[in-house]
Design a protein. Structure first.
Length: 119
């Protein structure tokens, strides 16, 4: 099983980034996918989630209206479009996959990609 994130980097406040996470080794279309983030000294935080079909999404209040999660099941890929970025969005962003049938045992994480918002 692999989750490989990409798309992070350094961006100025107000800028945009699109994160991608390519999955392999499991039935991607059956899994709920999420993006988490963790800044130094803070707990990991759920940022956004999307159901296996893509029909249902969730966002933490601090990113509503700025971030959009989407998925392309044919490409085994989940995306996080981040607009109007703020310095407080700075963190390592992690891709997460959960099997809704076995949520306690089939949970996978990517290695993370750094997002830094600074002028």
């Amino acid at each position: 099983v692999q989750l490989v994130e990409s798309g992070g980097g350094l961006v100025q406040p107000g800028g945009s980034l699109r994160l991608s996470c390519v999955a392999s080794g499991f039935t991607f279309s059956s899994y709920r996918m999420s993006w988490y983030r963790q800044d130094a000294g803070k707990e990991r935080e759920l940022v956004a989630a999307i159901s296996s079909s893509g029909g249902s999404t969730y966002y933490v209040d601090s990113v509503k209206g700025r971030f959009t999660i989407s998925r392309a099941n044919a490409k085994n890929t989940v995306y996080l479009q981040m607009n109007s970025l703020k310095p407080e969005d700075t963190a390592v962003y992690y891709c997460n996959a959960v099997d809704p049938v076995e949520p306690l045992t089939r949970v996978y994480w990517g290695q993370g990609t750094q997002v830094t918002v600074s002028s």
